[in-house]
Design a protein around this ligand. Sequence first.
Ligand SMILES: [Zn+2]
Ligand SMILES: [Zn+2]
Length: 146
Amino acid sequence: MPRSGSCLCGALAYEIDGEFDGVWICHCSVCRKASGGIGNAILIVPRPRFRWLRGEEHRVTFAPRPSYAITRCRTCGTPLPAEEDEQHVYLTAGTLDEPLGVGVKGHLFYGSRADWSADAPHARYFVERSAGPTCAPDPVAAPPTP
Ligand SMILES: [Zn+2]
Ligand SMILES: [Zn+2]
């Protein structure tokens, strides 16, 4: 069964085939700016296992520097994909609409991560909104001590 993904407004949609061994998170300063968050969470998909369902022509690509381009949905601005070349599509993992079945397999540029990207002491985990019930953090997801 293929997995599907889409942008926030639904104009872009894709499917990917097969199983994966994990997601990469790139913490570099460029990915932080491009994502507006801790960095880019990337699923590397071989081209033959990726196909657009719709919206391929509905994207706009920005090239802020020669070695870095950002492709986004023209309507909602969701980055999709983070990058691509002839062999691979570097999917923004947050666009997946279904569970992947695996977690993070690696952190790139972890040495230059934002200092706020790790939990502060006594960080609280809420099941949903900050007014709701809390839960324990996933011990597997806890970052290594620097
Ligand atoms: Zn969109
Ligand atoms: Zn990066």
